[in-house]
Design a protein around this ligand. Structure first.
Ligand code: TYM
Length: 338
């Protein structure tokens, strides 16, 4: 942090571009729940980010409710934290434009997520996909958020947000107007890997349906996916250093630890020397115990879209009060007539 003196605030967001999975839960939403008791929190469903790649309109609306319902089902309390959809707070888009004029092409050229998502033919990617991290910076800084809970894959985008905040403050001689937001990444679950390939992250867009555990999977599906998870033939080691070079084993031990609150060392003290024939059923039982109740609550909430809409609208109204004020100040700083 710099000398920023404003209130401590948290903002984070999830894209409504597919089903919510165990990686999103452990890397992000679980932290959202803890943080709501410590900070003023803003949790966004980033529908404008989702359309940087094609989204079927009817599905987008459905998935927006799905993400909102997931926040609630996991324990985010809408009376404490603001839950809203990005497109409903127009200050995000307004600030994003101004930030487009602050961020440098060279900074965006370095973004690895664009390279991954654009694939081989980047000429065909949307312009929005390229400036995606600039909109992300606007999401955060339109609330002058000081802390951003995310999984490890968002590290580079958070660095860019800090760079944009720093350059804005510097260029406009607006010392400490924006905080330099701190990513909150550390902790178990920051990087959950695919169940089919320990070297790629668990993702909603994974081609293999067994790679990803969704919060809405029923108990049998979760158990089957874990039983089918790729592993190696060796038994589990008795210490964490024995997991080196065994990414699939490391991932399953990490998931067990993240859900049970135990360190890798504690998990291995219990299961070291055992084969996956013993460990996988224990893991499946734990995943079902922790995730199935969230899935059940999620299904219950999704059956009531009118309630979800009322939560989103109330959240957007609350968020707009802060965001509109910040954008107005930014316009003055930049020299717009306000
Ligand atoms: P998205 O929708 O891809 O992911 C949402 C959150 O889940 C985390 N995550 C994971 N954590 C651990 N293991 C995994 N396998 C895994 N997969 C996903 C992500 O790190 C993220 O925290 N760019 C963001 C959305 C965003 C945003 C923001 C986040 C837009 N504006 C402002 C924070 C602040 C994204 O792609 O999320």
């Amino acid at each position: 942090m710099t000398g920023y003196q404003g209130p401590q605030r948290v903002l984070s967001g999830i894209q409504p571009s597919g089903g919510m999975h165990l990686g999103n839960y452990l890397g992000a939403i679980r932290k959202f729940v803890e943080l709501q008791h410590k900070y003023d929190c803003f949790y966004c469903v980033v529908d404008m980010h989702a359309i940087t790649v094609w989204q079927d309109p009817a599905k987008l609306r459905e998935q927006t409710f799905h993400i909102a319902a997931s926040y609630l089902a996991a324990g985010v309390d809408p009376k404490i934290a603001a839950i809203f959809h990005q497109s409903a707070v127009r200050a995000h888009a307004e600030l994003a434009w101004i930030f487009n004029c602050v961020a440098r092409l060279g900074w965006l050229d370095r973004m690895t997520q664009f390279k991954d998502k654009a694939g081989k033919d980047k000429q065909r990617a949307s312009v929005g996909l390229y400036t995606y991290p600039v909109l992300q910076a606007a999401d955060i800084l339109v609330y002058k958020a000081t802390h951003v809970p995310v999984g490890e894959d968002q590290k580079q985008h958070l660095e860019l947000s800090r760079d944009i905040a720093g350059k804005f403050n510097h260029d406009f001689k607006a010392d400490d107007f924006f905080p330099l937001p701190e990513p909150l990444i550390k902790g178990p679950g920051a990087r959950i890997m695919s169940l089919r390939d320990g070297s790629s992250k668990m993702s909603k867009s994974d081609g293999s349906e067994n790679a990803c555990i969704f919060l809405k999977d029923d108990a049998d599906t979760m158990t089957r996916k874990i039983k089918k998870a790729k592993t190696d033939p060796e038994p589990l080691p008795s210490e964490p250093k024995g997991l080196e070079g065994r990414p699939e084993a490391e991932n399953l031990v990490g998931i067990y630890g993240a859900l049970s609150g135990k360190s890798d060392a504690e998990v291995l003290a219990e299961y070291g020397g055992q084969g996956f024939g013993v460990f996988k059923p224990a893991l499946a039982e734990l995943v079902v115990e922790k995730i199935a109740p969230i899935g059940a609550e999620l299904n219950r909430l999704e059956a009531d879209p009118a309630y979800l809409k009322s939560v989103l609208d109330a959240g957007a109204e609350r968020a707009s009060v802060i965001a509109d004020k910040v954008v107005r100040e930014v316009k003055e700083i930049v020299g717009f007539v306000v």
